[in-house]
Design a protein around this ligand. Structure first.
Ligand code: GNR
Ligand code: NI
Length: 170
């Protein structure tokens, strides 16, 4: 059990573009296991390696009700199924206590490698499709606040900075 520290907005390291994984080896599997521990501990439904300051294309997710269905995606790629985007409400472990509506595809086809380095394809809709797009954005250094107006983004930035100052002084 290893819990990793989660970077919080506006930390610039969240803006790093992650590198593709060349070989899914034991080191990558260890990262996956630590990320799953971290995600479950934080009660999240997804976590990208970027958020724990590892800039490789590794994501873990679990959208099941009882957190019993871990899903690992390495070097993920997705294509939208259908071209309509709808505003969906989302949160982020890197922007705690803030939520906003973001335009997302309702359904996507995901291609990725699993924890054994085996390629798989998955058609996702609902919360899983939503989460795939959110996590993919992290690997590109994109956060949900980037879809908001500069005014709203700035308001969230100021609140986060205040929170970090309070945490530092405590
Ligand atoms: O836990 C999370 N919940 C969530 C809700 C709606 C849309 C996306 C997410 S992902 C988020 C965890 C997280 O920050 N992953 O990067
Ligand atoms: Ni997130």
């Amino acid at each position: 059990m290893a819990k990793l520290a989660i970077l919080e907005f506006p930390d610039e390291r969240l803006r790093t573009k992650a590198q593709a994984v060349q070989t899914v080896d034991d080191e990558v599997r260890q990262l996956v296991d630590d990320m799953l521990d971290t995600m479950y501990d934080a009660k999240g439904i997804g976590l990208a390696a970027t958020q724990v300051d590892v800039h490789r294309r590794v994501v873990v997710m679990d959208v099941s009700d009882d957190q019993s269905q871990p899903l690992v995606m390495i070097n993920p790629q997705y294509t939208p199924l259908g071209d309509t985007q709808e505003p969906l409400s989302e949160g982020c472990l890197s922007i705690p206590e803030h939520y906003a509506e973001v335009p997302r595809y309702l359904s996507v086809e995901l291609k990725a490698l699993d924890r054994n380095g085996e390629p798989f394809t998955l058609e996702a809709d609902g919360l899983l499709a939503h989460c795939i797009q959110h996590e993919y954005d992290h690997l590109e250094g994109v956060l949900f606040v980037d879809y908001l107006s500069p005014l709203k983004r700035d308001r969230i930035r100021k609140k986060m900075e205040k929170r970090h100052k309070l945490m530092q002084d405590a």
